[in-house]
Design a protein around this ligand. Structure first.
Ligand SMILES: [Ca+2]
Ligand SMILES: [Ca+2]
Ligand SMILES: [Ca+2]
Ligand SMILES: [Ca+2]
Length: 115
């Protein structure tokens, strides 16, 4: 398993937890991302989710994620991996670049969907 998809999945857990604090991890998380409930994660669903995860973590609404904002969700290594330009913040474009990379890595048959 590549680091990238772990990054993506960690964020998936993040957003689902934020959506539904009382749900146990598992089914509820997949449901939160798989909007049309077909057990396949389309690129559109993934992108919508990615946007949501970013907004959820960007608590001061600065348009970038500081280490403090992401501390509960990702390790220092993952943070540095996503922080392309090394300014100690993950901008929206760095975030979506990392998410896109993860999607590509996970979509091994290249059909634009994760199943
Ligand atoms: Ca789906
Ligand atoms: Ca922020
Ligand atoms: Ca950066
Ligand atoms: Ca696929």
């Amino acid at each position: 398993m590549k680091t990238g998809i772990i990054f993506g999945f960690a964020l998936a857990l993040t957003a689902s937890a934020a959506l539904s604090q009382e749900s146990a991890f598992g089914e509820a998380q997949l449901d939160a991302v798989d909007k049309n409930d077909d057990d396949v994660l389309s690129k559109a669903e993934y992108n919508a989710f990615s946007e949501f995860a970013f907004q959820t973590m960007d608590t001061d609404k600065s348009g970038a994620l500081s280490r403090a904002e992401t501390e509960a969700y990702m390790s220092g290594d993952l943070f540095r991996q996503a922080d392309e330009n090394g300014d100690s913040a993950i901008s929206a474009s760095e975030f979506s670049a990392q998410m896109a990379e993860d999607f590509k890595a996970a979509d091994r048959d290249g059909d634009g969907a994760l199943d």
